[in-house]
Design a protein around this ligand. Sequence first.
Ligand SMILES: NC(=O)c1ccc[n+]([C@@H]2O[C@H](COP(=O)([O-])OP(=O)(O)OC[C@H]3O[C@@H](n4cnc5c(N)ncnc54)[C@H](OP(=O)(O)O)[C@@H]3O)[C@@H](O)[C@H]2O)c1
Length: 313
Amino acid sequence: MKAVRLHTYGGPLAFDEIHPPVIADNEVLVKIRSTAINHLDLVEASGAAREVFPIDLPWIPGHEFSGIVERVGKDAGGFAPGDAVFGNSTSGAFAEYMAVEPAAIVGKPPNLSFDEAASVPVAAQTAWQGIFTHGHLKTGQTILIHGGAGAVGAYAVQFAAQVGAIVVVTASGDDEAYLKAIGANRVIDYRTSKFETELADRVDVVFDLIGGETQQRSFQVLKKGGYLVAANQPVSREEAAKHGVTGTLMNLTPSAELLGRIATMLEDGRLRTDVATVYSLADVAQAWSDMAGGPASAARTRPRHGKVVLRVA
Ligand SMILES: NC(=O)c1ccc[n+]([C@@H]2O[C@H](COP(=O)([O-])OP(=O)(O)OC[C@H]3O[C@@H](n4cnc5c(N)ncnc54)[C@H](OP(=O)(O)O)[C@@H]3O)[C@@H](O)[C@H]2O)c1
């Protein structure tokens, strides 16, 4: 099968021909239709944080996918060949086939394309666990979401609005209409304004998808007893104690039960997903550099929301 592999930390991605996986009795073989790139793939591949995110080389990136069940191990229940599924993996989705445990997959919402479905698992579950599991967000509370127009942020905005929270978002001003359409009450343009001077009242929860000085300044706007949930850098214990808040660096814990609930919301239209760009697997190098370029990428033309997806088949 074709697979995208990294042979050395920081090296180029190779488009290799390798043997397809042989499934164990408790596994399911999925023919991958689409996968998506996450910032974590790039961090893992760079080797910059190899103590925290170790990988075995050669390594196949890819933490989420959609596809069709091809074969089912004799002890793997719940699925049959031909089922359309989506789910999470610790890596390995940039390939034509993947062996997964049934607990890692759920049925694909029929109204979503395979590209759309592949864009959901990491971002949507991170958003859910960030604001509810770690942020303890409740109806009537106010949440400030930094980076709300990004892949994770857009789900966080939708979930927070659905629970009846007041949703304040920092984002580029160009994203205001998009964010209001998905449930934000207020958008603060991070390029022109300082959220700590714009906000008249303190907030109950900050969901920080940006880090750095954005995180440092966030302590000023949190109520005592509030929660600062960070997605990409640890929260200073000293600062959290000084301000009387709980600070957490979250780490997504994928759950088929949660992904199943998210699938229901996508199917009944309560939740929307966005795909920014779709590349073919053969164009992975371009997709990878587009993702690495981030906001400053020359390839980026606004508006563009959601994930960078790779179409495998
Ligand atoms: N801990 C976990 O389990 C976990 C899981 C998934 C993701 N993450 C992390 O979460 C972060 C967000 O991921 P993502 O996939 O949502 O990223 P993304 O799609 O690239 O979105 C980033 C967003 O942040 C905006 N932005 C940039 N600088 C900003 C600032 N100073 N203030 C407010 N908004 C700003 C960008 O807007 P412009 O383009 O207009 O600047 C963009 O809309 C990443 O660091 C990722 O590694 C963590």
